[in-house]
Design a protein. Structure first.
Lengths: 360, 358
C-alpha cells in the first residue's frame, strides 16, 4: 500500500525535477487528448514545442516568443515578490491596463511633437499608473484590513471600464471616423516602443523584463528587504520579531508588482499592441499568475516559465491553423501544465512509501 | 519592425513564386476570428462562411482558421503566420484587426487581405467589407412594434459606435411606425460577447417591464432568459432558434457565405481587386430568419413585404421625414440617408429617450 510521508525539508532535487516532469506529463496527457480529437499527437506536440524554435519559419517565431514572454515575465516577477510574502495581488491585469492608459495618455498629450523625452516620460507614467492602482488594495489592507485578493481582483473590472471609457472618450483617435481606439503608436515615432534591433523581438519591455529578473534575484538573495519578504512568507510571527513592519512590506510588494505590471502595459501599448482599444488587455495579468507559480516564484524559474508559456501560445496558434486544433484544446493543454506542476508539488513536500498493511 | 520587412517580403515573394510554379496547389484561405467558433453569434457565422467556401470549391481550396485571437499584437502574429505558411487570401473578421491587417498586408504584397467592418485600405491588397444590418433591424423592429403589449422594447447594445447606433435607430423608426406608443429601453453592456453580462442586462430590462428584447451582442444568453421569463426576443448574428423555441420571433442572420465564395473565386480567376463592400438584404449578406408561428399572419406579411421592398431597392430603411433626437430636421420628406452619414452616425432619431454614452 502506498502512503505519503511528509518530508522534514522540501526536497531540493524534486523541486528542480518537478517542472520538467510536469512538462513531460503534460505532453503525454495532451498527446492523448489530441489523439482523441483525431489529430496526430506527435505532430501536434512537435508543432507546439518544436516548430516555433527550430521550424521553417522560426526566424519569425523566435522573436515573437520574446514579445509574448516579455510582459508575462515582467508581471510575474512583480507578483512573485508579494506571493513569497503571502501578499496576493490578483489584480495585475488591472494594473497593466492602468499603466497602459497612463503611459499612452502622456504620449498622446504630446502628439505630434517629436521630443526625446516623450518616451521616457511615458515609461514613468506607465509605472506610476500601475503603482497608483495597486495602492488602492494596499491602502485598504493596511488601514482597514480588507482582503487584497478581492479588492485587487475587483479593480480589474473597474480598470476595464475605464479602458472602454477612454477608448471612446479622452484617448480616441480624432481621425478615427468615430470608431473607438486611440492613435497607433507605431505611427508616432517619438512615443513608440519598436524593436531595438529590428527582427529580434527585443523591445524595451523585453529588456526591462530581463533586468527585472536579475534585479529580483539580487533583491531576494542579497538584500535585507528580500530576506524580510522570504521570512514573512515562511514565518509571519517570527518576521515580526525580526523587525519586519508588515504594513511597509504590503505597500512595497503591491507597489512593486503594480509598477512592473504598469510598465508591461505601457511597453505593450506603445509597442506590439500599438494602441489603446476596448479590448487592449488580453489576460497577461492573469496568465502571469500561472507563470509565477510555474517558475516556483524564483526569478530564473519565472524567466524560463514565461518563455515556455509564450512558446505554447505561439505554437498553439500554429497548431490551430495548420492542424485544425480548436483553441479550447490549446487552453486545456496549458491548463494541464499548471495542474501537473501543482500535482507534482506533492513529491517535493512528501515522500511516497510502499508500506505493508498492518494486520489488526 | 522596420528592417524585418524586406526579409518577410522576400519570403513572401519566394512563396508567391513557388505558388505560381505549382498551379495545381489548392488556394489557401485563412480566417482569423475574435471569438470562439462556438459562440453561436459573430464568429460562428464567419466560420459558417468558411465552411461554405470549403464546400463550394472542394479540393481547389484549402481553408485554415485560428479562433479567439485577441486584437493587437496577437492578431498581427497570427496573420503573419498564415501568410508565411502559404495563405493566398486572409479574412480578418473583427474591427480591431484593422491596424494589424494593414501592417501585415504591407509586408506580404502577394497575399490578399479582406478586413471586416473596418475602413482602412492602405495597400492595394486590402479590401474591406461589412453588412447593412440596419436593413434587417428595420424588419425585426416592425415585428417588435407589433408584438409588444407593454409598449416597451428592450435593446441590449454593445458599444456606442455608429454601427450599433444605426441599428437602434432603424429598429426604433420601424417599431414606432407600426406602434406610435412604443418606447425603447437601451442598456449598454460594453462587450460583444459576455453571456453573464448579457443575461444580467436582459433580466434588468424585464424588470423594467420590457416584453420584447432585441440585442446587438453575440451570445444567446438574452434569448435563454427570454425563454425562461416567457417574453419575446430575436436571434442576433445567427438564428439562435435552439435557445428560445417559444421566445424567438425571428432573427437577423449574418450570411457571409456568398461574399466569401465570390472573393475566393476572384482570387482563383485572378480578378481580385481592393474593394469596399457594404451589402444588405439584396445579395443575401443580411438574412431575416424564419418568422415564428407566434407572429400573427398579417404582421408576418407586413414584415416580409418590408423586407422585399428593401431587397428590391424600392425602399430605404432611413427615409424621411426623420428628425434627430433634439428635434432638428435630419431627412426631409422622401429623402434617404447617404452612406457617409450612416457610416458615422452618432445621434439618435427623434423619440428615443436617453443619451448616447460618451
Amino acid at each position: 500500500m502506498l502512503t505519503l510521508e511528509k518530508r522534514a525539508q522540501p526536497s531540493r532535487a524534486w523541486s528542480l525535477m518537478t517542472p520538467i516532469l510536469a512538462v513531460v506529463l503534460t505532453m503525454i496527457a495532451g498527446g492523448i487528448m489530441f489523439a482523441l480529437l483525431g489529430k496526430a499527437p506527435l505532430e501536434a506536440i512537435r508543432t507546439i514545442f518544436w516548430d516555433p524554435i527550430f521550424g521553417e519559419f522560426s526566424f519569425y517565431y523566435r522573436p515573437q516568443i520574446l514579445i509574448k514572454a516579455g510582459p508575462l515575465i515582467l508581471i510575474a516577477i512583480g507578483l512573485s515578490l508579494g506571493f513569497r510574502a503571502g501578499i496576493w495581488n490578483i489584480g495585475a491585469e488591472g494594473q497593466y491596463i492602468m499603466g497602459a492608459i497612463f503611459g499612452a495618455g502622456v504620449g498622446l498629450a504630446f502628439y505630434p511633437a517629436d521630443l526625446w523625452f516623450i518616451f521616457p516620460l511615458m515609461v514613468l507614467a506607465g509605472a506610476l499608473g500601475g503603482i497608483l492602482w495597486a495602492m488602492i488594495p494596499a491602502l485598504l489592507k493596511t488601514k482597514f484590513g480588507t482582503n487584497e485578493i478581492l479588492v485587487s481582483l475587483m479593480l480589474v473590472y473597474v480598470a476595464e471600464h475605464i479602458l472602454s471609457a477612454v477608448s471612446f472618450g479622452a484617448l480616441r483617435n480624432p481621425d478615427g471616423h468615430g470608431f473607438p481606439g486611440s492613435r497607433n503608436f507605431q505611427q508616432y515615432e517619438a512615443a513608440s516602443n519598436p524593436e531595438i534591433i529590428a527582427g529580434s523581438g527585443m523591445h524595451w519591455g523585453v529588456i526591462t523584463a530581463f533586468i527585472a529578473v536579475i534585479g529580483a534575484y539580487i533583491l531576494l538573495n542579497r538584500h535585507i528587504l528580500g530576506y524580510q519578504i522570504r521570512l514573512t512568507g515562511q514565518a509571519p510571527r517570527a518576521a515580526r520579531f525580526a523587525g519586519v513592519r508588515p504594513n511597509l512590506l504590503i505597500t512595497f510588494c503591491l507597489g512593486a508588482s503594480g509598477a512592473l505590471a504598469g510598465l508591461a502595459g505601457l511597453f505593450e501599448v506603445a509597442g506590439p499592441a500599438g494602441q489603446i482599444s476596448i479590448d487592449f488587455n488580453s489576460g497577461y495579468g492573469f496568465t502571469a499568475i500561472i507563470v509565477a507559480f510555474l517558475g516556483r516564484l524564483h526569478p530564473f524559474g519565472i524567466l524560463l516559465a514565461g518563455l515556455l508559456m509564450a512558446l505554447t501560445y505561439v505554437g498553439g496558434d500554429i497548431a490551430q491553423s495548420n492542424l485544425g486544433l480548436p483553441a479550447a484544446a490549446i487552453q486545456a493543454f496549458q491548463g494541464m501544465l499548471l495542474f501537473f506542476l501543482l500535482g507534482m508539488d506533492m513529491l517535493t513536500n512528501f515522500r511516497v512509501r510502499l508500506k505493508q498493511a498492518e494486520a489488526v | 519592425m522596420k528592417s524585418i520587412k524586406p526579409i518577410l517580403a522576400g519570403a513572401a515573394l519566394a512563396m508567391g513564386l513557388t505558388g505560381a510554379a505549382q498551379a495545381d496547389d489548392p488556394l489557401e484561405v485563412g480566417f482569423i476570428y475574435v471569438g470562439p467558433v462556438g459562440d453561436f453569434g459573430w464568429s460562428y457565422e464567419h466560420n459558417q462562411g468558411r465552411l461554405a467556401v470549403e464546400e463550394h470549391f472542394g479540393d481547389a481550396v484549402e481553408t485554415t482558421f485560428v479562433e479567439s485571437v485577441p486584437e493587437g499584437a496577437d492578431a498581427e502574429r497570427v496573420m503573419t503566420q498564415m501568410a508565411l505558411e502559404g495563405a493566398d487570401l486572409i479574412f480578418s473578421t473583427s474591427f480591431g484587426y484593422m491596424d494589424p491587417t494593414n501592417a501585415v498586408a504591407a509586408r506580404f504584397p502577394n497575399v490578399r487581405f479582406e478586413h471586416a467592418t473596418g475602413y482602412r485600405r492602405d495597400h492595394s491588397n486590402v479590401s474591406t467589407y461589412s453588412a447593412r444590418f440596419y436593413e434587417g433591424r428595420a424588419v425585426i423592429g416592425t415585428i417588435a412594434g407589433h408584438m409588444t403589449e407593454t409598449n416597451k422594447v428592450g435593446y441590449i447594445a454593445s458599444f456606442p459606435i455608429p454601427e450599433v447606433i444605426r441599428g437602434i435607430n432603424s429598429a426604433y423608426i420601424h417599431a414606432q411606425r407600426v406602434n406610435p406608443d412604443v418606447e425603447f429601453k437601451i442598456v449598454w453592456v460594453y462587450t460583444w460577447f459576455d453571456p453573464a453580462k448579457e443575461a444580467d442586462a436582459a433580466t434588468a430590462l424585464i424588470e423594467q417591464g420590457v416584453d420584447v428584447i432585441m440585442q446587438h451582442t453575440d451570445s444567446p444568453a438574452a434569448m435563454t432568459i427570454a425563454e425562461e421569463q416567457g417574453i419575446f426576443a430575436f436571434g442576433q448574428a445567427s438564428d439562435m432558434a435552439q435557445f428560445g423555441p417559444t421566445a424567438r420571433l425571428s432573427s437577423i442572420i449574418d450570411n457571409w457565405s456568398p461574399y466569401y465564395i465570390e472573393r475566393t473565386q476572384a482570387v482563383l480567376d485572378g480578378t481580385w481587386e481592393s474593394t469596399d463592400t457594404w451589402d444588405g438584404i439584396e445579395p443575401g449578406m443580411v438574412e431575416i430568419g424564419e418568422i415564428a408561428d407566434s407572429v400573427p399572419a398579417e404582421v408576418r406579411a407586413e414584415a416580409e413585404a418590408l423586407s422585399a421592398s428593401i431587397e428590391s431597392g424600392e425602399y430605404h430603411a432611413f427615409t424621411g421625414p426623420l428628425n434627430r433626437q433634439d428635434g432638428s430636421v435630419w431627412l426631409a420628406e422622401g429623402e434617404t440617408a447617404d452612406d457617409g452619414t450612416l457610416a458615422g452616425m452618432d445621434f439618435y432619431v427623434e423619440g428615443i429617450e436617453g443619451e448616447i454614452p460618451n
